[in-house]
Each structure stands twice: as structure tokens, then as C-alpha cells.
Write a protein that binds this ligand. Structure first.
Ligand code: ACM
Length: 627
């Protein structure tokens, strides 16, 4: 009798097919052991927590599954609920402060952690074990079953960040909350909020009201950033927005519930045109015609990496009023944001206006400085003093190293990996955010069809990012971050498009063990997450399906060489001005193009269905690429 029941139970719990038993967690956990059987969610499942802290994740679980399943759970204080969230009484040293263990048994799920954050990450993993329909916004009629599994998981790095620039384009409080919620599901714990720049000041500072009355608004312009028309005399500045301090407090509380620390950035002494539109006296030129910039061309960049600002966007380091101004700002910023770091920018500061300024020349003499560049070191030193008085730690872009900065500063390396390496070699704590692997503003697929930006960065390259550079002691590397600059990003759907799937690739680099890294295996999980994101109404790019098209010219003949990010797709092409489909010639290993005014059209298919975008390259474009 007993044996019969046991047999029946096994049959009942074996309904998942092998595809459904595959688990597709991003970032991939440290250890996963799948076992026989599965757990099935029903309306009689109980959800429990062993103390008040643990109740937060239990409540978030009940909330997350309510709409798609229709099950309404009231989590209870318990030690043996069917889904149990438990903080360890004795810390488990293996999983540290953010790790968790997750056991899914036939009749029970137990998530344990040393901290509330660990339970939150365990919860995200649990949700990812459910069928993708768990992401649906409304009721779905399905069996809510997940495979029995035992997971032990903890992060590789303590700093797992995403930066969003809200100056070049403004995003609402609700959009910021949605973004933070979504990145936290991939176990990012840091949201770097680029709040000020030349194109808009976005944080209310009560002592300096003009920063937002004037600095948050620019004239409305459309089209490519960096080539737009100047403000006309008397034209109203109607485009923009800012966050009140009350809104910021709400966002901080929201992020805190999701274990995301917000690092605010006030970018000085360069990138300050919006502040100077409000307070022009704070620059060397005191140019009252400076307006919040709507995306005009105001800088020139040269091949040797140097640049010139055609409009003055820098604070005057020799003016004491600048430090009084910064003191007011950092007083309010320090009181608002509970975390220890404040990012003070420091990047791309043009010194040309300083060089010509009498006050700066006098200050250089007094400080016995030979190069105007050294004034940035002086300026950053003063900012560091201000932050220290307020109990905060200075974080800045790698340029803070150039003028000299005290050893307690933290460096964000961004111009490739060089700055981060230099910081770590000099004993600074470093966050690695190299443009070459982690700049999410770069286009991610075929250049001719992606929205235009000056550089490209494919997901496969992001996945090749190794945050600890060779020869560098990992103790200096706090972790890494993806940066999303928004010059070319005017709406929130596009923010998501640029973020995913590349942020998923980054999440794995920052959380998962290095030896688990496998692009081919990651892409299988990534494709499952495409389907989940679709149901969650989160936008993402599909550019991984588009061919990487390289062109060569040999003895006057053009030939095309294709690489793929995803191996199991077929690429069809035409050169006869017909639309390609799966009956067109298939690209196999190389393609010699005949002479003449041909156009190459290409599209990817999988299982006889189109999966990529139509790419159309005329001969002159092919010729250009061959160079
Ligand atoms: C930067 O990209 N200017 C830090």
C-alpha cells in the first residue's frame, strides 16, 4: 500500500519534461543540483518567515506571484511553511552577506540567508525557476511547477552597478523605480544616478533654487545629439524636469527594499553647463549667455584624445564662492542619500578657460603649480574635504588620478581598462566600468540599422569582460558597472532596449564565479530571458541575431565575411535587389561580391522563421567597410 502511494506520488510529480527541468537563471549561481521531482504551487501553499526582516522577501514573493497565478497568500510567522524564508540564526560563512541557499523539495521550498539581501536574491532565483508566465501581468491558466533543486549562491564582487544618465534626457520617478526594480532582479546592488551635466540639472537643492528653476530646462530640440541648433534669443526652455527631494526619498526607500544602493553623481568641475546657466558667476568667463545645452556641438575632439570646449562648462577652481556653492549642494546631497559614496565626476574637464583666467593664474602661483591640469587636483582635494566633513567618501571618474587625489578616494575607470589598472596599481579601490566592455550607450548590433551612436559594443564582447585585469590584485577591484549615457536615448523603452541583454551579460560577470563563464551556454539562458522580458513588457534588443558583417577588398574584389553571436541561425542573402528569405542563397563561409552597383541584403532565420533584422548595404557602404 505504502509502496503504491509512493509510486503514484512520483508519477504525479513527474509532469515536467526535460526542457522544463532545465533551469535558466541569470546570473548563473555558484552551485546548482537538480534532483528528481518537482514542487507545485497551489492555492493552499503556505508562505512563512522566521522573523520580521525575513517577512519582507516573503511579502514580495506573495506580491510577485499574485497576478499571474491568482493565488493570494498571507505570509505568516512560521518555521515550517511550505515556502519558508528564514534568516540564519548562526551565520553560514560560505554565503557571506549577500548569498543564499535555496532548496526546492517535493513539498517544500526553503530559502535561507544571513541577511535580508540574501533572502531577496534567493527570492529572485526562485521566481526565475517558475515557468516564464510568472512574468505575466495578468492571470494565466497553467500548472505552476518548478523542478526540485538545491542551490548555493553568493556574489563574486560587492559592487555590481548600473549607471543611468538622467541629464541628457530626463526620466520620471516612476521610470527610475521600474529600472531599479528590474536591475535588482539580476542581482545588481548599485544604481549610479548621473544627476547633473551640461544638458540638465536634475536634483532639487533647496539652498540653490535656480539650479532646477533654470538648470533643469532646455529648449526643445529633436535629432542627433551634438548637432542640434542653438537656443534662439528669447526661446522658452520647456524640455526637462527634475526630482524633488521628496521624490528622491521615495526612490531611495524603494531601492532600499530591493537592496539597491543609490550613488548620486554631481559632475564637477567640468560638465557643469546646466549649473552655470543658473549661476554664471561661478565660471571663469562668467558668460551670461550660457544656456542649458539642448545637444549642440560645443566640443571638439582630437585624435590624440585631447579636446576643446567651445563653450565654458567648467567651475572656476580659484573662486571661493564655488566651494561655498559646492558645500551647499553636498550638504543637502549627504543628508538625502544614506550611502557612504558620493560621485563627484571629474571627467573631461577642459582647462582652456582656467589657463586664461587671472584668478587661476594667481592661485597656481600661490600653490606653486606649474601646469594648469594640476588645478583639478587642488579642486578635487577641496571637494574631498567638503565630503569628509559630511562623513562621505569621494568617488570619481579616473581623471581624478591626474591631478593627484588622496588615497581614500575611489576610482571609476572608464577609458578602456587603463584608468582602472592605473588606479589599482597605485593602491586605490577601483570600480571597473571600461567603455570597451561596459558602455551600454554604444550600439549593439549592425551599425546601419541600430540607432546611431559613435561606437559599437556587442553583447558577446560584454560577456568577455573580466573585471579583474591581468596582473592586478583583486583586492583593489570592488566590482564593475555598466554605464548608460543617454545623449541618444529619448524615452524609457529605449533605455531598456540599450540595457538588455547586455546588462544580463554584465550581471553574470559581477555575480557569478569566473569559471562558470560560457558564452554559448549563457545565450541559451539569455533567449529564455527574452521570452520572460516580453511577458514582463520589458524592452530588449534582438541584435544578437544579426550577423557581424566584415568586408575585405583583395585585388579590387570585395568579399564579405560573417561572424555570428548565436551559432544556430542561418543567414540568407541577395545581391539582385530581391528581398531575401530562406529560399535565397545561404551564407556559408565567405561571399565574393561581383563588380557593379549591387546592394547586399541579409537576414537571419532559425527553423525557417526570420529572427533577425533585414540588413541592406549598398556598394558604397561595403567599400567604406573594406577600408
Ligand atoms: C565619461 O564617460 N565621460 C565618464
Amino acid at each position: 500500500m505504502k509502496a503504491g502511494l509512493f509510486f503514484l506520488t512520483i508519477l504525479y510529480f513527474s509532469t515536467l519534461n526535460s526542457q522544463e527541468r532545465k533551469i535558466d537563471i541569470i546570473p548563473i549561481p555558484v552551485s546548482v543540483t537538480i534532483s528528481f521531482g518537482s514542487f507545485r504551487l497551489t492555492n493552499s501553499t503556505s508562505v512563512g518567515y522566521n522573523n520580521t526582516e525575513a517577512s519582507k522577501s516573503a511579502l514580495l514573493f506573495a506580491k510577485a506571484i499574485k497576478n499571474p497565478t491568482g493565488f493570494i497568500y498571507e505570509p505568516v510567522s512560521s518555521n515550517n511553511a511550505s515556502i519558508q524564508f528564514s534568516l540564519n540564526n548562526l551565520p553560514d560563512p560560505q554565503i557571506g552577506s549577500e548569498g543564499y541557499t535555496l532548496k526546492v523539495e517535493l513539498n517544500r521550498i526553503i530559502i535561507s540567508a544571513n541577511s535580508d539581501a540574501g533572502l531577496y536574491y534567493g527570492l529572485q532565483t526562485l521566481l526565475q525557476l517558475f515557468p516564464k508566465e510568472i512574468e505575466n501581468k495578468t492571470l494565466v491558466n497553467t500548472i505552476w511547477e518548478i523542478p526540485c533543486v538545491q542551490i548555493t549562491d553568493f556574489p563574486r564582487f560587492p559592487w555590481r552597478g548600473i549607471m543611468l544618465d538622467v541629464s541628457r534626457h530626463f526620466f520620471t520617478k516612476e521610470e527610475i523605480m521600474t529600472y531599479i526594480d528590474q536591475i535588482s532582479k539580476y542581482k545588481f546592488n548599485t544604481f549610479h544616478w548621473h544627476l547633473t551635466d551640461d544638458n540638465g540639472w536634475r536634483i532639487e537643492i533647496k539652498a540653490l533654487p535656480k539650479l532646477t528653476q533654470v538648470g533643469a530646462w532646455r529648449v526643445e530640440r529633436f535629432g542627433r545629439f551634438g548637432s542640434r541648433a542653438d537656443p534662439k534669443p528669447g526661446e522658452s526652455a520647456t524640455d526637462g524636469g527634475f526630482y524633488t527631494q521628496e521624490e528622491i526619498k521615495d526612490i531611495i526607500a524603494f531601492a532600499d527594499q530591493r537592496h539597491v544602493t543609490i550613488v548620486p553623481e554631481i559632475d564637477v568641475p567640468g560638465h557643469s553647463m546646466a549649473a552655470l546657466a543658473a549661476y554664471p558667476d561661478l565660471s571663469c568667463t562668467k558668460d551670461t549667455s550660457i544656456k542649458v545645452n539642448p545637444g549642440t556641438k560645443f566640443s571638439e575632439w582630437y585624435d590624440d584624445g585631447t579636446f576643446k570646449m567651445l563653450l565654458d562648462n567648467t567651475l572656476n577652481p580659484s573662486d571661493e564662492k564655488v566651494y561655498e556653492f559646492l558645500d551647499k549642494i553636498f550638504t543637502e546631497v549627504s543628508l538625502l542619500f544614506p550611502n557612504q559614496y558620493i560621485h563627484v565626476g571629474g571627467d573631461e574637464c577642459y582647462k582652456g578657460y582656467w589657463k586664461n583666467d587671472i584668478g587661476c593664474q594667481k592661485l597656481m602661483k600661490k600653490l606653486k603649480l606649474r601646469e594648469v591640469e594640476q588645478l583639478q587636483g587642488y579642486f578635487m582635494g577641496r571637494v574631498n574635504e567638503i565630503l569628509k566633513q559630511k562623513g562621505k567618501k569621494l568617488l570619481g571618474w579616473e581623471e581624478i588620478l591626474e591631478g593627484g587625489i588622496s588615497q581614500d578616494a575611489t576610482v571609476m575607470g572608464w577609458r578602456g581598462t587603463k584608468g582602472g589598472i592605473k588606479g589599482a596599481k597605485n593602491g586605490y579601490n577601483v570600480v571597473m566600468t571600461p567603455s570597451t566592455f561596459a558602455y551600454l550607450d554604444y550600439f549593439q548590433g549592425e551599425k546601419s540599422i541600430e540607432p546611431p551612436v559613435y561606437e559599437g559594443l556587442r553583447t558577446i564582447k560584454v560577456y568577455n569582460f573580466e573585471p579583474v585585469p591581468e596582473g592586478i590584485d583583486s583586492k583593489y577591484i570592488l566590482g564593475g558597472q555598466g554605464n548608460l549615457w543617454t545623449e541618444q536615448i529619448a524615452n524609457f523603452r529605449q533605455v531598456q532596449y540599450m540595457t538588455y541583454p547586455r546588462a544580463w551579460a554584465l550581471s553574470e560577470k559581477f555575480w557569478s564565479p569566473k569559471d562558470k563563464s560560457s558564452w554559448d551556454e549563457f545565450t541559451n539562458r539569455m533567449e529564455v530571458h527574452f521570452l520572460r522580458a516580453d511577458l514582463a513588457e520589458i524592452n530588449h534588443s534582438n541584435a544578437v541575431y544579426d550577423p557581424i558583417i566584415k568586408v575585405r577588398k583583395e585585388k579590387g574584389q570585395l568579399s564579405v565575411l560573417i561572424e555570428k553571436e548565436i551559432s544556430d541561425i542561418n543567414i540568407y542573402y541577395t545581391i539582385d535587389d530581391s528581398m531575401p528569405d530562406s529560399f535565397s542563397p545561404e551564407y556559408i563561409d565567405s561571399l565574393a561580391l561581383p563588380d557593379g552597383p549591387i546592394t547586399l541584403r541579409m537576414i537571419s532565420y532559425r527553423n525557417n522563421k526570420p529572427i533577425g533584422h533585414l540588413i541592406t548595404l549598398k556598394r558604397n557602404e561595403l567599400e567604406k567597410r573594406a577600408k
